[in-house]
Design a protein around this ligand. Structure first.
Ligand code: PBG
Length: 322
């Protein structure tokens, strides 16, 4: 035999020498859920190890993660139903606890990089990412609200804005507005190819943000399509996005690969709540080794072409200190 591929697997040292993909803490973004109040740390039932934090506990969590080497956080607020309305007006009220928390983090933990969520659903009484009129999601009218929300988050000190709504033209709309107001340094990580996925279930439980009627299929993408993702990527790039995201990650590794080969922008992938929940559930039942599965899954996302991974496993990964 002339070729024996096993020679390159014969020892740990050789395997490390020929390794093609590695994971680093600096690749990861940790999504965190927040609620108003004091001394709250409620576990999300479908996401063991993931909590809804009040501000005091959130600050502590972020400090702990920064010490562990996780530096970027994507924050999601859970607002009470009583503060939601049709036009998500709470989303740009400078007194809302989400915006106040962003400022506090940037003030007290300046080394933390803060990414926000730009979408109406946590503030919308309809539970949709856009304005609902006669059962339809209005695109252009929604842009105005996304713009106000983006500006409020930039003013609060956000480093990266994450438009997750999938309205057409929102990256350009937001970029123009930010630049006009002097926020040229605020980045946009666009949820470029966000699919209408069943894997968001646990997240919607965490935020009580499920749509009150219908589904999100007129704005989030059809899981059957990958060519369409290339159109979204082309537009986001032209509109001024800094980083392109694919979401979810695991059932869409081909989309990650496709985008990473066609765009020169950094690609990120969101290893979403349902993907986390599956591994945790199987681990708790003793059906899978949770830690090994986590490492394999994160590696596969990176191998597919994502430089950045948003994952609920970020802290757990950092604790392994690999
Ligand atoms: C909505 C939003 C969703 C997630 C992030 N932003 C859910 C949705 O579109 O309904 C899901 C994240 C996850 O499942 O971990 N703007």
């Amino acid at each position: 035999m002339l070729r024996r591929p096993r020679r390159n697997r014969k020892s740990e040292v050789i395997r490390e020498l020929v390794v093609e993909t590695t994971l680093a803490k600096s690749d990861l973004i940790y999504p965190l859920f927040m609620v108003q109040g004091d001394n709250i740390k409620q576990e999300v039932p479908s996401m063991p190890g993931i909590f809804r934090f009040s501000i005091d506990n959130l600050m502590e969590e972020i400090n702990e993660c920064v010490d562990l080497g996780i530096k970027t956080f994507c924050l999601f607020p859970a607002f009470p139903e009583s503060q939601k309305d049709k036009y998500a007006t709470m989303s740009y009220d400078s007194e809302n606890f989400y915006l106040k928390t962003i400022s506090r983090i940037k003030r007290e933990i300046p080394e933390a990089c803060v990414m926000t969520d730009v979408a109406m659903d946590p503030y919308s009484s309809d539970g949709h990412d856009g304005i609902v009129e006669n059962g339809e999601i209005l695109n252009d009218e929604t842009l105005e609200i996304l713009g106000k929300m983006s500006l409020a988050q930039a003013k609060a000190g956000a480093d990266i804005l994450g438009p997750s709504d999938m309205m057409d033209g929102r990256v350009e709309y937001i970029r123009d507005l930010l630049d006009d107001e002097g926020f040229t340094k605020v980045s946009i990580m666009s949820y470029t190819a966000k699919y209408a996925s069943a894997f968001y279930g646990p997240f919607r439980d965490a935020l009580d943000s499920a749509p009150k009627s219908g589904d999100k299929k007129t704005y989030q993408m059809n899981p059957a399509n990958v060519r369409e993702a290339l159109i979204e990527a082309e537009l986001d790039e032209l509109e001024g996005a800094d980083i392109l995201m694919v979401k979810p990650a695991l059932s869409y590794l081909d989309v990650i690969k496709e985008l990473s080969e066609t765009s020169n922008l950094p690609i990120s992938a969101y290893n979403v709540s349902g993907e986390y929940a599956m591994i945790k559930a199987a681990d708790q039942k003793g059906w899978l080794d949770g830690e090994k599965t986590m490492l394999e899954v994160l590696l596969s996302i990176k191998r597919a072409g994502a430089k950045i991974i948003l994952t609920y496993f970020a802290k757990e990964f950092a604790k392994l200190n690999l």
